[in-house]
Every structure is written in C-alpha cells, then in structure tokens.
Design a binder for this molecule. Structure first.
Ligand code: FAD
Ligand code: NAD
Length: 477
C-alpha cells in the first residue's frame, strides 16, 4: 500500500481536473489519476474537452469560419479578395499547438496547487482504494478518504459503420484530417455532427448528414430548430432526417446503404464521420468487489449532490446524469470538492447553458416552449429577430432571433433561446437572469449598450409584454 490522500480524482478531464484543483485549494491532499496519451505520444491532462473535444473543435470552427468569410463573405463589406486558399495541414497544426498550450497549462496548475498527477490507468477497488497500472504495466495501490470518479465518456460506435482508419472516423479522427474530403457523410445530426459537418463544409466538402430521428434537434426549442435547419440547408449542409444507415462498405471511398421515408438509398462518399452520441467510461469502475451502482442508461448512479451508492465515493461529469457538457462537469467538480471540505455548495441544474457552435450559434438555457406546453405551464413568450438589430446589420449577420419564455403569473424567466452570431457570449444574460430568479421585466428595465447584439435580449424581454420598440408588437388582447 502506498500513499494516503484526502482526495483521489480518477480522470483529469474538465470535471476531474477542476475537482482536483478546488480540492487542493481547500487544503485537501489531492491526487489525480490520468492515463491520456496525446498525439505527440506524451501523457496529457485535460481529457476529451481539451485534447479532442471542445477546444480543438472550436479552433477548427474558428479557422474554417475565417476562411469561409474571407473566401465568400466579404463582398458585402466592399472588400474584394482573390486567391484565398486554405492550408488545412497548418490549421490542424495550429489547433494542435493550442491544445498543447492548454493541456500544459493544467499541468502547471497541478504543480502550483501541489496536486500529484499519478500517470496510468486507475481501477476502483473496495474501501476507496485505487489501483493504478502505469505505462510499464507496473501496478500501485493508493488509498483515499474520498474518491471522485470522473472518467468521462467515449464515442458510441455503430455496427453498420465500423471505424476504418482514414475513411470512417469518430469525432477525434475528424479533427486531424489534413486534406478536405470532396464528399463527406456525417452520421448523426447532433451537436458534434453539426459542428464538425460545418467545419468541413466551410472548407469545401459536399456534406450529407444522415439523422435517424424525424425531428431536427429535439432538445432545442423547435422555433429555433426550424430556423437553424433552414439556415444550415442554405449553407449547403444536406440534412436528411429519418435516415437509418443499414450497411457500409469501404471501396476507394465509402458506400453507405440507408433507408428513409422513400425506401432504400445508397450514397457514395470519400469519408464518413460517425457522431451518434457518447457513452460513459465505466469499465474500470465496476467489479463485483466494488458493487458500484450503474443506472439503466449505463451511467454511474448518483444522488443530487453526486454521491454514489458507496460511502466516500463521488461521481461527476459525463459519467453521470445530466447534459454531457464540460462546464456542467467542472461545476460538479467544484461542488463535490467543497462538500468534501465541509462547505455548503450550490449547483442549479435548471440554469446550465448549452451551445451549438455552428454559424449561427444556437444557445439556450432553461425550458423550451415544447417542455412548458408538456408541463401545462402558463407562459408568455417574447421574440426579437436579429434582422431588426442595428449591430447585427452593421455586422452583415442578421440571421436568427432571441426568444424569452416567462411565467405568465410571476413573469420569472423560464427559458432563453438564441440563434445568431456570437450567441454563446449572449446566453450568459439568460443564465444570470435565471440564477437570480429574475423576471422578463428585470431584463426589460436593465440598460443595454447601443449598438450591441445584446439589445436583442432587451427587446425580446420587452416583447414578452408586447412593448418592444424596434418591431411591431402582437395585438394586445
Ligand atoms: P472527459 O473529458 O472525457 O475526461 C475523462 C478523463 O478520464 C480522460 O482524460 C480519460 O483519459 C480519463 N480516464 C478514463 N478512464 C480512466 C482510468 N481508468 N484511469 C485514468 N484515467 C481515466 N462540451 C462543452 O461543454 N462545450 C463544447 O464546446 C464541447 N465540444 C465538444 C466537441 C467534441 C468533438 C466532443 C467529443 C465533446 C465536446 N464537448 C463539449 C463535451 C465535453 O468534451 C465533455 O462533456 C467533457 O469533456 C466531459 O468531461 P469529463 O471530465 O467528465 O470527461
Ligand atoms: P448527440 O446526442 O448530440 O447527437 C447524436 C445524434 O445522432 C442524435 O441526433 C441521434 O438521433 C443520432 N443518431 C444516433 N444513432 C444514429 C444512427 N444509427 N444513425 C443516424 N443517426 C443516429 O451526440 P453527439 O453529437 O455525438 O455528441 C455527444 C455529446 O457531446 C453530446 O451530449 C453533447 O452534449 C456533447 N458535445 C457538446 C458540444 C457543445 O457543447 N457544443 C459539442 C460537441 C459535443
């Protein structure tokens, strides 16, 4: 038996590394077990998010948007450009540099906070013991007063379309292509499918997205989702709903067979991205010895404060219920560390924002109109289109809208939904309003700088009460 810790965190992604840092800040002797080996063959912290998720995908989304704007979008500003060329290999290596800087930054924070990084694959044993197998297959065992499980998730694979080196890849593979496929199929019109499909579309691929469900973005307010589908289609993403892939065959590209409402279809493409969801990494956590409770969806079962069924064993991030989002996992990490240290903590699961980083970005917090209808709740709605925003006009980026849903009796903000450029930066207004149990009137009475995109939030709040200034209002009843 080797060292004893107050806290051992298993997994160094945004849930785990944040839990480790907060634990150490609170004076707890902390270690974090992480096994990730990066593209350069070196151990790395940061998990999916920093290595193959949030950060690299946003780096490529940013670079590809600048390319698309420069190649096709500047004429409206009176700027003529010619000879624009994308150096995709350079984009990818630029993305790699950002990843290395950020993951190195976490390593630095671990040193500054005196957190021991135990490199290797950890398994949960009984009585809060962790066995770690290092790169040389040597095993060590560690004991902790508290164990925080944060082993994250990995892509789901589908039998009909098995991964195949460069031709059929998951989300991580699609971040490393150094050439643009002429014809690309994305399987799954979820968050990853739309973001990565957009990257390669902007760089010139012909993109077909096959989505099994008939409904587009069912988790998004449907007024927003309909607008998104229209805008994405106009950008050239060929999104086929109700399309079930039955088989695939690798030839000089990939031949796909799928069925839709019109029957059996075939599609020949150069490459395929499979983006049909993610599943939790529980293999090293479950053994008859540990008896860790797993729920019906394969996630580690936790209560509302992230305690598992085992005393002193907590679980956070993609491993447990709730949206698979980096910031959700990080906040759970903070809350669990604080609870272990005997502090009060608070995490409002009703006010966690979501963003799809397409163009336009789709951002939301709280309930959709469909959810409120299903709950039978009385609500008022206010909508303001960016087409009526002076700043959006100046930016030549007028697609989309802000929608606010407020309780019909108390006026409390129940949801904010935005489709539009930079909406990821705007949705924080909705989070703050909901966190402080604010009303649409509170937003309406706040002063927003002119001209800004955020004025659309002000106007949507005014529209809840039919008194928006820059659009005609609904008739008062
Ligand atoms: P992970 O980040 O998966 O980290 C878990 C860590 O545990 C990994 O480093 C893994 O190596 C380690 N581990 C697993 N098992 C063991 C073991 N037995 N021993 C030791 N270590 C182990 N979310 C957002 O909020 N915003 C975004 O923009 C966004 N974009 C994304 C884009 C893509 C392409 C993908 C794939 C995901 C994206 N996500 C985004 C989701 C986000 O990455 C995850 O929600 C987040 O990383 C989950 O954090 P986590 O710490 O729970 O798990
Ligand atoms: P997702 O659940 O968002 O989307 C998967 C889509 O694939 C769904 O629409 C589903 O109906 C479809 N699908 C499933 N099986 C299929 C099949 N056989 N054929 C065709 N379609 C099929 O999952 P994802 O896009 O893989 O993302 C995984 C997780 O990562 C999400 O939970 C998301 O929250 C997170 N993520 C977040 C961000 C962000 O915050 N911007 C970005 C990327 C990923």
């Amino acid at each position: 038996m080797s060292e004893q810790y107050d806290v051992i965190v298993l997994g160094g992604g945004p849930a785990g590394y944040v839990a480790a840092i907060r634990s150490a800040q609170l004076g707890l002797k902390t270690a974090c077990v992480e096994q990730w080996i990066n593209k350069q063959g070196k151990p790395a912290l940061g998990g999916t998010c920093l290595n193959v998720g949030c950060i690299p995908s946003k780096a490529l989304l940013e670079s590809s948007q600048i390319y698309a704007d420069t190649a096709r979008g500047l004429t409206e500003h009176g700027i003529e450009v010619s000879g624009v060329r994308a150096d995709v290999a350079k984009m990818v290596s630029g993305k790699d540099k950002i990843v290395q800087e950020l993951t190195g930054g976490i390593e630095h924070l671990f040193r500054a906070n005196k957190i021991d990084w135990i490199k290797g694959c950890g398994s949960l044993l009984s009585e809060r013991r962790i066995e770690v197998t290092d790169a040389d297959a040597a095993k060590s065992t560690y004991q902790a007063a508290n164990v925080i499980l944060a082993t994250g998730s990995r892509p789901i694979e589908i039998g009909a379309v098995p991964l195949h080196s460069d031709r059929i890849v998951d989300s991580a593979g699609a971040l490393d292509w150094e050439s643009v496929p002429e014809k690309l199929c994305v399987i799954g019109a979820g968050v990853i499918g739309l973001e990565l499909g957009s990257v390669w579309r902007r760089l010139g691929s012909e993109v077909v997205v096959l989505e099994a469900q008939d409904m587009f973005l069912p988790m998004v307010d449907q007024q927003i989702a309909k607008d998104a589908l229209r805008q994405f289609t106009r950008q050239g993403l060929d999104i086929k709903l109700g399309a079930r892939v039955m088989a695939s065959e690798v030839n000089d590209g990939v031949k796909l067979q799928y069925t839709d409402k019109d029957g059996e279809q075939q599609l020949q493409v150069d490459r395929v991205i499979v983006a049909v969801g993610r599943r939790p990494n529980i293999d090293q956590l479950t053994s008859p010895e540990t008896d860790l409770l797993i729920d019906e969806r394969g996630l580690v079962h936790v209560n509302e404060v992230c305690e598992t069924n085992l005393p002193g064993v907590w679980a956070i991030g993609d491993l447990v219920r709730g949206p698979m989002l980096a910031h959700k996992g990080s906040e759970e990490g903070v809350a669990v560390a604080e609870r272990i240290a005997g502090h009060h903590c608070h995490l409002n699961y009703d006010a966690i924002p979501s963003v799809i980083y397409t163009h336009p970005e789709i951002s939301w917090v709280g309930k959709t109109e469909e959810q409120l209808k299903e709950e039978g709740r009385d609500y008022n709605s206010g909508v303001f289109p960016f087409a009526a925003s002076g700043r959006a006009k100046a930016m030549r980026d007028t697609g989309g809208m802000v929608k606010i849903l407020a309780d019909a009796h108390t006026d409390e903000v129940l949801g904010m939904h935005i489709i539009g450029g930079h909406s990821s930066e705007l949705i924080g207004h909705g989070v703050m309003a909901m966190e402080f149990e604010g009303t649409s009137e509170d937003i309406a009475r706040s002063v927003f700088a002119h001209p800004t995109l955020s004025e659309a939030i002000h106007e949507a709040a005014l529209a809840v009460d039919n008194r928006a200034i820059h659009i005609p209002n609904k008739k008062r009843s």
